[in-house]
Design a protein around this ligand. Structure first.
Ligand SMILES: Cc1ncc(COP(=O)(O)O)c(C=O)c1O
Length: 428
């Protein structure tokens, strides 16, 4: 095996990392292995995982049940194309997704990543309106501070200022944006809170295909949460103005916020729902877009007669098998109690950060904990410090945040939170 010592140097020569320059100015840490809640670096240091590999590895790494699911599936088939063929793992996964998501969602389109699931959702909405004889409904309405992925359709509905709009605005379709909901998670939703989005719906109903939003938890774009009552009002408004509602559950789905799905906080059902990330327990890239029978019928009534999308790795058997195992594992575990325990641990552990002068806010919902700083953090300083403190937390802008695997122990939650507070105290 090649000497791991020069892994970073080799990486610097040929690899491009997410949201990174090739100048090699940001720190990079070589990982030798990952098991349970620990990442082991090639220099032997063990880090407590505070990121679940971006919301995905909810059961931790190398979980024996998930390892076995992949191994078992390898014995049968690793992949076959999904056009004209089907197989047990994909059908079982679709059945499970239909069973656990809000009732009217009955049709599942498997796809390869969260961004693609959002593209698929948008295309479904547009084709639906073509099928219903309203091809002029081509715009989307969304809320600021949102994040829906990095492909062009998804980028166009990310926050227009903090997202990538300004870089690609000449290429992206112009959609409609309302302010992010102003009512906090535990506040009631008043008429004033929905006035702006209602105004946009009323003024543009004939051209809007769908409203898309992250239900209750705005993840990567903001790490903030809003009142479930706001989402319930949005559902009513979409019905009133005859507009579809797309719920992007890719980050928050599968228990992260304390409910299985963000929509469950509000007791609503969207017309189209995207899931991904934790669906495979972080083992393989897979996502899915679900829709109602009505949306599916509209799409198939469009002149094309079929839904015009079909990724090469759609329904991949390995990913489907591990997704089935991951969902079973989640549902057969005391996940709600675990998330509550993580929540309490994060709330207690992060609380001291609220007294730091450079901190604007500290907040916790479910298994998500956030320290929001007043100024952006310096990644070249805070990232190595967090590693020195024994945790893997990857801050972003003014957000030092964690969403650990659900299997994390209370002691590790305390260590994680203390390291975050200390890193902020020493660098901000
Ligand atoms: C809410 C939401 N939607 C979509 C995506 C895109 O998912 P992926 O990175 O798998 O393309 C993300 C990723 O962070 C997300 O948080």
């Amino acid at each position: 095996m090649a000497d791991v010592g020069d892994l970073v140097a080799r990486d610097r020569r040929v690899v491009w990392h997410p949201y990174a320059s090739v100048s090699g100015s940001t720190p990079l840490f070589p990982v030798a292995s990952a098991a349970g809640t620990r990442l082991t670096l090639t220099d032997g240091r063990e880090l407590i995982d505070g990121m679940s590999s971006w919301w995905a590895a909810i059961h931790g790494y190398r979980h024996p049940v998930l390892d076995e699911a992949v191994r078992g599936q390898l014995e049968t088939m690793s992949h076959v194309m999904f056009g004209g063929l089907t197989h047990e793992p994909a059908v079982a996964l679709a059945e499970t997704l239909v069973a656990i998501t809000p009732d009217p969602l009955r049709r599942v389109f498997p796809c390869d990543s969260g961004s693609v699931a959002v593209e698929v959702a948008i295309k479904m909405a547009l084709q639906y309106w073509t099928g219903r004889g309203r091809p002029g409904r081509t715009r989307l309405l969304t809320i600021r501070r949102g994040y829906h992925g990095d492909t062009s359709g998804a980028m166009a509905v990310c926050d227009p200022d903090a997202g990538m709009h300004h870089l690609f605005s000449h290429l992206l379709p112009r959609h409609l944006f309302a302010s992010a909901p102003a009512c906090a998670f535990d506040e009631p939703c008043e008429d004033a809170h929905v006035a702006e989005i209602e105004g946009l719906l009323a003024g543009h109903a004939d051209e809007i295909a769908a409203v898309i939003c992250e239900p209750v938890v705005q993840g990567t774009g903001a790490m903030r949460w809003y009142a479930p009552g706001w989402l319930a009002r949005l559902r009513e408004l979409c019905d009133h103005y005859g507009v579809l509602l797309i719920a992007d559950e890719i980050a928050v789905g599968f228990g992260r916020s304390g409910e299985l799905f963000g929509c469950d906080h509000a007791g609503i059902s969207p017309d189209i729902m995207c899931v991904g990330k934790a669906m495979t327990g972080g083992y393989l890239s897979m996502a899915a877009t679900l829709c109602t029978d009505e949306v599916a019928a509209g799409v198939c009534d469009s002149p094309a007669g079929v839904f015009m999308h079909g990724p090469t790795f759609m329904g991949n058997p390995l990913a489907s098998a591990v997704a089935n195992a991951s969902i079973d594992l989640l549902l057969s575990s005391p996940w709600q109690a675990r998330v509550r325990e993580i929540s309490a641990g994060l709330a207690a552990g992060l609380a001291p950060a609220a007294d730091l002068p450079g901190v604007a806010d500290v907040r916790v919902l479910g298994a998500i904990g956030v320290i929001e700083t007043r100024e952006p953090v310096d990644m070249t300083v805070i990232q190595p410090l967090l590693v020195d403190l024994g945790v893997w937390v990857r801050p972003f802008g003014r957000l030092v945040y964690t969403m650990p695997p659900f299997i994390i122990s209370p002691a590790d939650v305390a260590t994680l939170a203390a390291a975050m507070v200390e890193a902020v105290a020493r660098t901000i």
